[in-house]
Write a protein that binds this ligand. Structure first.
Ligand SMILES: [Zn+2]
Length: 282
C-alpha cells in the first residue's frame, strides 16, 4: 500500500524551499532523543509533535515529507519526558504516524552513525533537507543505506510452522531471519539461511510483505516457504532451539506460557498470525 507521507524528492534539493516549509503555519516537528526515541500521547497511540519555533538549521532539521500537505520535520533534540521506542509502539500508531516515526528514526540513525565521507574520511554536510550528505572535499554525495534481511515462515506438508529462538529470548519463538549477503538475491538468502540454521530444504516461496526495521537500518522482507524436508539440525551459533508446531500445539503452548510470540509491531508477529488464521500465501 502506498504511503501517505510524500517525501518530496523532486523539491527537497532547494534549501530555500525546505526552509519555507519549516516556517509554514501547519509545519510539525517530531523531537527524538540521541538514541532515536520520542514521546507520545495516549499511551503510545499518537506521536507528540510540536510546531517549529527556532530558526531553520539544515544541518539539524530533517524534512521527512508532507502529510496531507502539511510539512513534517524531525530533530534530535529531546532530553526529557517519558520516551518511547518505535520497536515498542510501532504496532499502536496509525499507518501515517508509523511512517513518520520510521522515517525519523531511520534518517536520524544514519546521520548519527555516518557523519564522515566513506571515501576520503572528511566530515560531510547535510543536503536535501536531511536525506543526503555531501562531501565538500571529494564532491561525492552519500545517501542513507538500508540493509535487507529476509524473514521466512517455513510451513511443512502437514501445515505446521517452524518456529525457533535464541538463548537470550527466554521462551519466545519466531520465524527464521537473516541478513542478505553481498551479491545474493532474496530467494538465495532464504534458502541459505534456512539451510544454515536448521538444515531444512525448501521448495516454493511466496512473498508476504515487507517492513522497515530501522534498528539501526534494516528492511525485513517476509516470505512463506514450503519445506521439502522436516528433520531439524540446529546450527547452535545461530539458533538455540527450533520445532514444528500445529496451530493447536502453538495455541496450547502459548496458553500454558511455555512459549511467547514476537512483539505485535513486528512483521514476524503478522506472519505467524496469518498462518494461525489460515491466510498464509501458500
Ligand atoms: Zn569525500
Amino acid at each position: 500500500m502506498a504511503s501517505n507521507l510524500d517525501r518530496v524528492d523532486h523539491h527537497r534539493s532547494s534549501d530555500d524551499w525546505v526552509a519555507g516549509l519549516w516556517r509554514s503555519e501547519d509545519a510539525r516537528l517530531l523531537k527524538l532523543t540521541a538514541t532515536s526515541e520520542f514521546t507520545t500521547h495516549a499511551g503510545g497511540t499518537r506521536l507528540r509533535m510540536t510546531k517549529p519555533f527556532v530558526e531553520f538549521d539544515l544541518q539539524r532539521h530533517r524534512l521527512l515529507g508532507l502529510l496531507d500537505g502539511a510539512p513534517v520535520f524531525a530533530v534530535e533534540a529531546l532530553t526529557e519526558g517519558e520516551v518511547r521506542a518505535l520497536r515498542e509502539v510501532g504496532g499502536l500508531l496509525s499507518d501515517d504516524e508509523r511512517d513518520i516515526a520510521a522515517a525519523a528514526v531511520g534518517i536520524s540513525n544514519w546521520h548519527r552513525s555516518e557523519p564522515f565521507c566513506p571515501l576520503c574520511g572528511t566530515r560531510t554536510v547535510v543536503i536535501n533537507g536531511g536525506f543526503a550528505r555531501r562531501c565538500e572535499s571529494c564532491q561525492h554525495d552519500h545517501f542513507p543505506r538500508t540493509d535487507p534481511a529476509v524473514i521466512v515462515a517455513v510451513i511443512d506438508d502437514r501445515d505446521r510452522i517452524l518456529l525457533g529462538g535464541q538463548a537470550s529470548w527466554g521462551n519466545r519463538v519466531s520465524v527464521l531471519a537473516g541478513f542478505v549477503e553481498a551479491g545474493e538475491s532474496l530467494e538465495q538468502a532464504i534458502h541459505r539461511e534456512v539451510g544454515e540454521e536448521v538444515d531444512v530444504t525448501l521448495s516454493d516461496l511466496a512473498y508476504f510483505g515487507s517492513q522497515p526495521w530501522p534498528f539501526p537500518r534494516s528492511l525485513m522482507v517476509g516470505y512463506f516457504a514450503r519445506a521439502v524436508t522436516t528433520d531439524i539440525c540446529l546450527d547452535l551459533d545461530e539458533i538455540a532451539f527450533a520445532d514444528w508446531y500445529t496451530r493447536d500445539e502453538l495455541t496450547a503452548a502459548l496458553a500454558a506460557d511455555k512459549r511467547g510470540l514476537p512483539g505485535h509491531s513486528s512483521i514476524a508477529a503478522r506472519m505467524i498470525q496469518a498462518w494461525r488464521d489460515g491466510v498464509a500465501p501458500l
